[in-house]
Design a binder for this molecule. Sequence first.
Ligand SMILES: Cc1cc2nc3c(=O)[nH]c(=O)nc-3n(C[C@H](O)[C@H](O)[C@H](O)COP(=O)(O)O)c2cc1C
Length: 353
Amino acid sequence: MSTLFEPVRLGRYDLPNRLVMAPMTRSRANADGAPGDLATEYYAQRASVGLIVTEGTQPSSDGQGYMTTPGIYTPGHVAAWRPITDAVHAKGGHIFIQLMHAGRMSHPDNTPHHRQGVAPSAIAPGAQMFTPTGPQDAPTPRALSTDEVAQTVADFAHAARSAIQAGADGVEIHGANAYLIQQFFAPSANQRTDRYGGSIENRARFAIEVATAIAEAIGADRTSIRLSPGTALWGIDEGPDGPELYRYLVGELDKLGLAYLHIMDQGNDALLADIRRLWKGTLIINRPGRARDAIGTDIASGLADLEAYGQMILANPDFIERLKIGAPFHEADRMTFFGGTEKGYTDYPVMAA
Ligand SMILES: Cc1cc2nc3c(=O)[nH]c(=O)nc-3n(C[C@H](O)[C@H](O)[C@H](O)COP(=O)(O)O)c2cc1C
């Protein structure tokens, strides 16, 4: 437990502890993609964690899938994120913006431009999405042309530069949870016949190109990526060679010298051990639903350098302080996860001084 509160080097930063706020979409941004007014308070309240990873943030208008998620690709977005990063820094914290392209997990009713979603191939996920008029089927997306894949890589790099302009310490590429990057990994979503489909090398290519372009744009030590090997969500099936794809991908990403790799564990212990071996840099592990008394076990065993927690930090702005003294945690209120007001967002109480 004690090592949790020991400083750690991450990329070009020294963090005061090894606990990370996992990225969490809260759907409270304005229609133009500027983070909502309460976002500054929300993130500043949680700045005592070693690192905040923000909610998924679209790197382009095509990247938006859900209602009222923030963006980081216009001057207005840059200006709107600035008070958030300033407030986190004023409290001694560090913040990486998560760049999330939803790909086919998108609905025209959810975006200001109302365009069809884009994806590796024109295959619907076979899933429902929340929209302004209630749940609807996610429609069949449009397949990106080879040139558009290159443009999407450039969009990620532009968004990363914008994040740095907005004062973020770095970016985390969202390569997990059945969104665009993982859609490229999975034959069930990727039937391309160009250099982005077919073999393991081809399916991993888009992720590697995005990471390379961002590392060139803002520095590898401010660039990171999140993966969830084996996620079987919303029509994603990585096939029998899925684990092999991740071994190849992690080995290639390791060569880039990124700030960290963030694994959202899906229960494949053998693969996780291989990833630890293949990844020479800093490794963050998030184990969904982990119990409080297991906090710190992956750091103690040497598997992880840092551990990420979502709901516990959502519901406990003073998570670090509570953990240190063994104070009870609030339970997260699922009804207020997505959209709404300060309720379930900035009104979770902190302990008396
Ligand atoms: C409300 C909510 C929103 C989430 N949004 C994102 C997201 O934008 N990007 C992402 O990578 N994961 C997202 N996740 C997954 C979390 O980062 C985390 O992996 C998950 O909550 C499991 O960890 P936990 O049990 O510690 O909460 C979200 C989870 C929750 C509860």
